[in-house]
Design a protein around this ligand. Sequence first.
Ligand SMILES: *Cc1c(COP(=O)(O)O)cnc(C)c1O
Length: 404
Amino acid sequence: MSDTPDPRDLHTDTLAIRWAQLRTDEMSHSDPIFLTSSFVYDSAAQAAARFSGEEPGNVYSRFTNPTVRSFEQRLAAMEGGESCVALASGMAAISSTFFTLLAPGDHVISSRSVFGTTNVIYDRYLKKFNIDTTLVDLNDLDQWRAAIRPETKLLYLETPSNPLSEVGDIEALAKLAHDNGALLIVDNCFCTPALQKPLELGADLVIHSATKYLDGQGRCLGGAVVGPEEILKEIHGFVRSAGPCMSPFNAWVFLKGLETLGLRMKAHSENALQLAQWLEQQPGIARVHYAGLDSHPQKALAERQQKAFGAVIAIEVEDSDGRRDRQAAWRFIDATRLLSITANLGDVKSTVTHPATTTHGRVAEEEKQRSGISENLIRIAVGLEDVGDLKNDLGLGIKALGFE
Ligand SMILES: *Cc1c(COP(=O)(O)O)cnc(C)c1O
């Protein structure tokens, strides 16, 4: 681009394709990869100036790398944020944010429905530094309000939640955080900026597992944090020293993924809505959890803050003898032929998971019950295959429950 337009004048789909493109003297149309660990200097004096920070420029790819930088700038523009730091994984983004912003004695309030490993960070690592976490129900504002303490520094959530598609009110929670001198952090992995912009709704930071929809084809691990320069500068300081930086190769894959993000999220959401509506009509399916269904108690809130409802559906199965247990769920899963049995999501390939024994397997029984992770619950992350073929495949699962 010869003249740089203001990103606020461009739509997210255009930014995803055009923003922060890298172009060298070779004039390649597709983004080049700078697959290098370090950078060279014209002279010893220039090396000294770069190291001291007197002269801007690349030094070492743990600090900055042009391909990674391009991904950071593009994602920041798409989320409507000032700045972004890319990391080695979604968990690296989450833990680096916590370790940068929290100090001993601080308090965190978190939705109990967050990615399972985030709870390991709370219980094992933040606790070690005398940082206390209170878990609350994502959609119960009174619980969030009651959990506030003078030392509360962060409110943390994912919306819609995994796997039950509960929806958190970002605007209301941002207000609660700000009224109490805390920050609101939203993990936007399930919607991506193609469907939801938490910063516009008042959140302070957005977290991503780029591993999921930003890649979109299940190839690379990566993560990112987006928000104001003032905070991101601190997180970048942590990352350049602690080292959980993103590989330039992975950044390049994510740049390619971003180019098709808008189209994919639209198609994922259309497939998921069709399947969810169809599943609600089938025998053996006691309940379907999906924010796009009329039966979902928070459909109106989801419509207000999201452009579509995303790809993840959860179903509760019941066999023809009325059993709602692990055997019924496993029989259903094992009968499918097309769906991949894997805990990953955010892929063009549809995946099927039994949360109680995989993603939430290490969660205490009582906590599982409180979060609705029942033994008969199955998560389906809907991909981009033909929706008729997906129905036929899920039909095999329904047949295995004893229905024709
Ligand atoms: C997968 C996931 C993460 C963790 O990301 P990794 O890239 O696997 O480290 C965090 N949040 C959500 C919502 C996720 O789905």
